[in-house]
Design a protein around this ligand. Structure first.
Ligand SMILES: Nc1ncnc2c1ncn2[C@@H]1O[C@H](COP(=O)(O)OP(=O)(O)OP(=O)(O)O)[C@@H](O)[C@H]1O
Ligand SMILES: [Mg+2]
Length: 306
């Protein structure tokens, strides 16, 4: 049995007359990195604000290590570290002074822990500079360091790689993976960078119009993957397209001499035979795995902004 760190049950949020979150259910397992994706205005930040107690839950509940954020707030929230929107930092203090300031507010955080998180996010060089002089990336790292100070069981990050350069993104990805794998921390991360999410996450949840439309594991073996795109190079592309559409009842794309269709691997030989038996010459067969971005657009349609 997987150990559940956080569980959302039938979570609704109404603001005024508008229902923004419409009965969301999912859970995050121990040591898992969960990607929370969806178009602008879908409800990611609103859901996250409820998870961290910045907003009331209209209906339903969120439990963290079994403690309800509604009825057992203090027990629940002490297991949460989060960055929602921009982390609040004092610009006139150094990075270290900011961390020490937070550490003083929490009895469980030792001086050693402050040094540990500084190293963890790779801020050793800049830690004695004033935060006012920090770049966006340095500020993000300091924010994550602060969120980790009290050793939370779950780390919640809303758009943590926003504004980071590729090297910064790569580093954040590395230590988020390490936090999950080596320290058993659960991480929920919202982002628009689907290629990043694909590299970093074990599972994703897709939200649209305030509803979860898909929950999916990533990096499972190819047989379990959503599908592979198979392209056949043929002499008569249009004829091949008609044939495959009729026989497979699938969506078939044509580009130059290539016809492409989503297939399971086991079906490739029979589809090839079908083409050849219909006197269509096949010159080559290529396979590509559908990326998360492709799947996302298949799911959302091209017009993804509310
Ligand atoms: N305080 C509020 N009052 C009224 N409506 C709100 C409020 N906060 C958010 N909304 C609405 O709720 C919906 C979801 O917003 P939310 O910020 O959760 O989306 P998001 O998924 O985080 O989007 P983005 O990708 O742009 O960050 C939007 O339609 C937004 O206009
Ligand atoms: Mg948001």
């Amino acid at each position: 049995m997987k150990e559940v760190t956080m569980e959302l049950t039938n979570v609704h949020k109404k603001i005024g007359k508008k229902e923004i979150i419409k009965g969301v259910n999912f859970s995050i397992n121990k040591g898992e990195v969960f990607g929370f994706i969806g178009p602008n205005g879908a409800g990611k930040t609103t859901t996250i604000r409820m998870m961290v107690g910045l907003m009331n839950i209209t209906e339903g509940d969120i439990k963290i290590l079994g403690n309800s954020i509604k009825s057992n707030f203090h027990q629940a929230i002490k297991e949460v570290g989060a960055i929602v929107e921009n982390p609040e930092m004092y610009a006139f203090m150094t990075g270290r002074q900011n961390l020490n300031h937070y550490a003083r507010m929490n009895q469980d955080v030792t001086k050693d822990r402050v040094e540990e998180v500084i190293q963890l996010v790779g801020l050793e060089k800049a830690i004695n500079e004033k935060v006012g002089k920090y770049s966006l990336g340095m500020r993000q790292r300091l924010g994550i360091a602060q969120a980790l100070l009290h050793k939370p069981s779950i780390l919640i990050l809303d758009e943590p790689t926003n504004g980071l350069d590729p090297a910064g993104i790569r580093e954040i990805r590395k230590y988020i993976r390490s936090l999950a794998e080596n320290d058993g921390v659960s991480v929920i991360i919202s982002s628009h960078l689907l290629s990043e999410i694909e590299l970093m996450c074990d599972r994703i949840g897709v939200i649209q119009h305030g509803e979860i439309v898909k929950i999916q594991s990533l990096h499972e073996s190819d047989e379990d993957a959503a599908g592979i795109v198979v392209s056949f190079e043929v002499d008569q592309a249009e004829q091949a397209k008609q044939l495959l559409m009729n026989e497979l009842e699938a969506d078939v794309q044509v580009r130059d001499h290539f016809v492409s269709v989503m297939l399971e691997k086991e079906k490739i030989p029979s589809v090839n035979k079908l083409l050849v038996d219909s006197n269509i010459s096949v010159y080559q067969i290529q396979t590509t795995k559908e990326t998360l971005e492709d799947q996302f657009f298949d799911l959302m349609g091209a017009n993804t902004i509310e």
